[in-house]
Design a protein around this ligand. Structure first.
Ligand code: ADP
Ligand SMILES: Cc1ncc(COP(=O)(O)OP(=O)(O)O)c(N)n1
Length: 265
């Protein structure tokens, strides 16, 4: 039996709803062997982030080397990167280990409002990492920062997707979580055609880690050899079930339910 292997390069969320923890739970649910390279440790729960401890860039490089030289990586994703120095080593290691299936979730700010990427690293993301990616998955505020556009309409989002593709990435998914529209519509663009993925919008406080979970599910699909579109469709179904059946935990923005997709099958 071939074992699909996925690596997450991201921050640790002590609360278990986002970051490395959400990614590993998602990989496991989708029957992919999960590995991690931690960029930063956050003290975090459903109410917010109370501490951020960035790791030395060498520690991130060593973790990537350790897994890539022994276990092997079929696909990888990035989440919280924290700073430019860490971003530089990630770009170097992705090239060195020839990681060709790379999902970049350009995490900038948590829903609680805490910055998870230093502001001076936002431009570096466009220069250093996005050109190496198979797909990037910005939410609406992140897509606005990366393009400098206001994204209120679908036409504006399509134009933003084109501009993001011009940065050298193969495909873009602009996620539709951050609106009050009736449906949560994600826009996919691979340079050939625009496609949309729609789901009912659930009125729930349990949306902590939705972006991490969605991008981890895409990574799992790529690790298993699925086409990008197949992987994105499964990721949308996975996150929709995870939000539809929330876990009643915490007093703030609670986690999604990582085992709901399996139970829906
Ligand atoms: N309230 C919601 N109801 C249904 N789907 C949602 C909801 N919030 C987010 N999603 C979906 O979750 C995924 C992550 O989107 P989003 O929350 O925008 O990302 P992020 O966590 O990076 O801000 C997308 O597929 C989006 O459409
Ligand atoms: C350690 C860590 N990484 C990423 C996030 C952001 O997760 P995201 O999926 O964007 O969800 P919200 O935090 O915005 O709800 C995080 N919080 N912590």
């Amino acid at each position: 039996m071939t074992i699909a292997r996925a690596l997450t390069i991201a921050g640790s969320d002590s609360g278990g709803g986002a970051g490395i923890q959400a990614d590993l739970k998602t990989f496991q649910e989708l029957r992919v062997f999960g590995m991690s390279a931690i960029t930063a440790v956050t003290a975090q729960n459903t109410l917010g982030v109370t501490g951020i401890y960035e790791l030395p860039p060498e520690a991130v490089a060593q973790q990537i080397d350790a897994v890539a030289t022994d276990l092997g990586v079929d696909a990888a994703k990035t989440g919280m990167i924290a700073n430019i120095e860490i971003m530089e080593v990630i770009a170097e290691k992705v090239r060195e280990h020839r990681i060709h299936q790379l999902v970049i979730d350009p995490v900038m700010i948590a829903k609680s409002g805490h910055a998870l990427l230093r502001e001076d690293a936002r431009d570096a993301l466009k220069r250093l990492l996005i050109p190496l990616a198979t797909v990037i998955t910005p939410n609406l505020p992140e897509a606005e920062v990366l393009t400098g556009m206001s994204l209120n309409t679908m036409e504006q989002r399509k134009e933003a997707a084109k501009r993001l593709l011009d940065l050298g990435v193969h495909a873009v998914v602009i996620k539709g979580g951050h609106t009050d529209e009736e449906e949560s519509v994600d826009l996919f663009y691979d340079g050939r055609e625009f496609r949309t993925l729609s789901a009912p919008r659930f009125h729930t406080r349990h949306t902590h880690g939705t972006g991490c979970t969605f991008s981890a599910a895409i990574t799992a699909g790529l690790a298993k050899g699925e086409s990008l579109w197949e992987a994105v469709k499964t990721a949308k179904a996975f996150i929709t079930e995870a939000i539809r059946h929330p876990l009643d935990l915490g007093k703030g923005h609670g986690p999604t339910n990582h085992w709901a997709y399996r139970q829906s099958k």
